[in-house]
Design a protein around this ligand. Structure first.
Ligand code: PLP
Length: 400
């Protein structure tokens, strides 16, 4: 008999991390692998933030802190939510965790009873359904379509809600599609939620600052203030400030929920890293001008990748509003055979053959719940992106 709990048989390890690991292995073996699978910016944490961390260490900020964050960071988060989102929260309504991932996980652990359903739009960030399963709930997947630029419609949300629905998880701009909901598109969804007062909304705003062109970021509690009392607004410093390794995420919501999340954290990891918390204070309170500079770079890369992928017959790649991902459809390539003789029946076959034959690592769409597609992370250099897209073009040109 296995030592492992039954729950574990229902969840899978993160496929994006597995692919990134496989690409790293090939690279270590001397292959010229271009990784387009990692979900993190390719530049360093800004200097002022690194400096704040050094100072924290020198000033002895190296001990346990309050379980869900130091007062200074909670203040900085309240100020940020007011400044950027027009939302009023008090420090008692804020919780800080070890990455956005932990705060989302805490929220699900603190609220789900067996049988509770969580509506998750697909394509989704890989961890949502598995976190729901780990917390004992039931994920209900609502599929968005390519035709709607991978955005869920009001009718699709309405159809997914049942009396057992506890949460709707909303993520804009999205991982894996980069799709960002406009004010009106989000309002159509919040109107549905207004008709179902038992449903709470967990808004994962992790890619808020990675928003391009005319697209203006918005979040549910801002678009529909009447949802404030049943919204958990989640965010973090990982993506915008190139701080993925520092592990700081946060959430704002009703005090009862925040206290429940704190309880979970107090019995698992306690406080997030003290030094990282001081770095996050600087990230939120310090200068924000590099965000626009990074975005200029990301827009250029997005446009390059979208253009090169759309040149390929059989691939359709919408231009997303934000994040650093594109999610091309490969429905025109299914059933074809590679130059090395492999048949592409699924998007996983496509990604595996691309890595083996052309040393380009992408994540297959099945991992995100919508196929046949693949996800490209364009958070890497222009030169690497050009070379990778050329290899993808070459790989596809040789399909028969
Ligand atoms: N939410 C989304 C949509 C993400 O893509 C990620 C990371 O990939 C996270 C949350 C988690 O972020 P963190 O690294 O802060 O845990």
């Amino acid at each position: 008999m296995s030592i492992l709990a039954d729950t574990l048989s229902r969840v899978k390890p993160s496929p994006t991390m597995a692919i990134t690991g496989k690409a790293a292995e090939l690279k270590a073996a001397g292959r010229d692998v271009i990784g387009l699978s990692a979900g993190e910016p390719d530049f360093d944490t800004p200097e002022n933030i690194r400096q704040a961390a050094h100072e924290a260490i020198e000033n002895g900020k190296t001990r346990y802190t309050a379980v869900d964050g130091i007062a200074e960071l909670k203040q900085a988060i309240c100020a940020k939510l007011k400044r950027d989102n027009g939302l009023d929260y008090t420090p008692q309504q804020i919780t800080v965790g070890t990455g956005g991932k932990q705060t989302l996980y805490n929220a699900l652990m603190a609220t789900l009873n067996p049988g509770d359903e969580v509506v998750i739009p697909a394509p989704y960030w890989v961890s949502y359904p598995d976190m729901v399963l780990l917390a004992g709930g039931t994920p209900v997947i609502a599929e968005a379509q390519l035709e709607n630029s991978f955005k869920l419609t009001a009718d699709q949300l309405e159809a997914a809600i049942t009396p057992k629905t506890k949460w709707f998880i909303f993520n804009s701009p999205s991982n894996p599609t980069g799709a960002g909901y406009s004010h009106d598109e989000l309002k159509a969804l919040t109107d549905v939620l207004m008709r179902h007062p038992h449903v709470w909304v967990m808004s994962d705003d992790m890619y808020e600052h990675l928003a391009y062109g005319d697209f203006e970021f918005c979040t549910p509690a801002q678009v529909e203030p009447a949802l404030y009392d049943r919204t958990l607004t989640c965010n973090g410093v990982s993506k915008a400030y190139a701080m993925t390794g520092w592990r700081i995420g946060y959430a704002a919501g009703p005090q009862e929920l925040i206290a429940g999340m704190r309880k979970i954290q107090s019995q698992s990891t306690s406080n997030p890293c003290s030094v990282s918390q001081w770095a996050a204070v600087e990230a939120l309170n310090g200068p924000q001008d590099y965000l626009a500079k990074h975005n200029e770079m990301f827009v250029r890369r997005r446009d390059l990748v979208v253009a090169m992928l759309n040149e390929i017959e059989g691939i359709q790649c919408p231009t997303p509003e934000g994040a650093f991902y594109v999610y091309p459809s490969i429905s025109g390539l299914i059933g074809k055979t590679t130059a090395s003789g492999k048949t592409i029946e699924t998007d996983e076959d496509f990604a595996t053959a691309l890595l083996e034959d052309k040393d380009v690592a992408v994540v297959f769409g099945a991992a995100f719940g919508l196929s046949p597609n693949f996800r490209v992370s364009y958070a890497t250099s222009d030169a690497a992106l050009k070379e990778a897209c050329t290899r993808i073009q070459d790989f596809c040109a040789k399909l028969t």
